[in-house]
Ligand binder design. Sequence first.
Ligand code: AMP
Length: 175
Amino acid sequence: MTVDIAALEARIRDVPDFPKPGIVFKDIMPLLSDPEALRNTVEALAEWAGPREPDLVLGAEARGFITGGALACRLGCGFVAARKPGKLPWRTVSVKYALEYGLDALELHADAIKPGQRVLIHDDVLATGGTARAKIGLVEQLGGVVAGILFVIQLDFLDGTDQLEGYDVHSLIHY
Ligand code: AMP
């Protein structure tokens, strides 16, 4: 199935100066609320991810949970959640990172990934690459193998892929 990427792009809304002046927020809510665009987004993500044979999809809150959960289901994989500090109930591992707009940390349950499991890292947007870099750290701390890093949207002008050198990275839509 060949997905019309321009039709997906047409469902992404630019919100200037959110959450801070100077940031143009890429809002995927119009894409998620359209049944055909949602299905086609998951299909296009699965086309790239499937051949990389992941055991798990790792998504970060919050929008990475939505498309990541749907993608894991479509691929027949499990889903594991990276969350902001203090949100996960069990023992965790943690990594700190820099955002396009601030500093943050991500945690993952210490038993979420078994050594040798292939993990597809997923998020809605690749901006500076700090979040994805942190997720690589979480996967590798637990002995997992990064099977690929996959985004719906990539902001090319922020050079986020510089932080992901040596990994297999793909985005459906580039700005
Ligand atoms: P980064 O760590 O800089 O690559 O930022 C990626 C994370 O921040 C992702 O979880 C995105 O959802 C969010 N994000 C950063 N910049 C934007 C943006 N311009 N529009 C929408 N989401 C963004």
